[in-house]
Design a protein around this ligand. Sequence first.
Ligand code: NIG
Ligand code: FE
Length: 410
Amino acid sequence: MLLIKNIGLLATPLGSTVRCGAAQGEIKEYRSAAVLVDDEGMIAGVYENGELPEVECETLDAGGRLVTPGLVDAHTHLVFGGWRAHEVPLKIAGASYLDILNAGGGILNTLVNTRKATEDELFERSLGFLDEEFGFGVTTVEVKSGYGLNKETELKQLRVIRRLNEEAKQDVVSTFLGAHAVPAEFKGDPDGYIDYLIREVLPVVAEEKLADFCDVFTESSVFNVEQSKKLLLAAQKLGLPSKIHADEIDPLGGSELAGEIGAVSAEHLIATKDSGIAAMAKSKTVACLLPQTSLYLGKPFARARDMISAGVPVAIATDFNPGSCPSLNLQLSMNLGYLRYRMYPGEVLTAVTLNAACAIGMGEKVGSAEKGKQADLVIWNADELPMLLYRMGSNQVKTVIKKGKIYETH
Ligand code: NIG
Ligand code: FE
């Protein structure tokens, strides 16, 4: 048993399902709180107003600080070879993300380095990324494949993700993103590539239980709505629920498709139209917003306020990848959510805890500090949520607790 005591403020959303509309900002606040953790690393009780359980056990003094649930990063591409620092000057000179991709760079450049790397090399490097992210208070992470774009390398990436779940400190959820770009082998034939994925790759992914979700990049000069739908419905038949990279650059209809096929989440949504927002509200698809990508690509920020008003549950993540977001700092996404999405502190907290957990099928286990959930918690060098969101650029983590295990970071 472990008793975390002297918590100045424990701030957490409640429940195991998505919070939307006004409920997105409803945060339970326990003052002068304590959390009791059992020997399995689960929360056994939450106490407030100086009340303490009568148990003899190890204690951890939170020093009157703010405590929240561990952060959940619901969208990363963290298994890849190489970097793409050379693209930034091209962008400064005026090239767009799609210009670089269409010239054989971008994702297709990372593909070369990911195909070259061995499984062990990818694993070690990705484990290092997860360690770095843990230091930012992130205790659960979703990781996508999508830099192999052939059977061999996609499966290699997915095996790495499964190994990360075994060996990293975090829980790691796996998403198959074989439809991330059209590889040179299928240049000009996206339909042929989608058919290849459905015929040759998806059945193995499902059979070997290598992924929890299937995702697709629905975008101009990548995959259109019909191709995306075909792949996602085939994956659903094999038991893989859907995610969609939708409206990142052009509003092709990805968010409308997310609503139509009941996708668990739609990602980016920078250019989403009213019809996409309405479709996602109806299906309670989580809008997984990635503000650091807007910053990095010099794009507008997603319409988070309109989404919340319409009843779409909103999550915020990093999008960590070598092209559009080389940052693992989820706190920076929170700062941008506060400042640029104009989300209130409670809404931002829900976006990186409970709603993010629900976006990756982990809402029953993590995402809130409640009896019966995993004891995944962060002690912050801050006393209130507005302070945490205000100090942009600093890592404000004091201590991370994962399944009841204590990791001092600062
Ligand atoms: O989410 N949009 C597609 N995928 C990533 C970028 C991947 C890359 O550029 O390597 C994203 O932004
Ligand atoms: Fe992404």
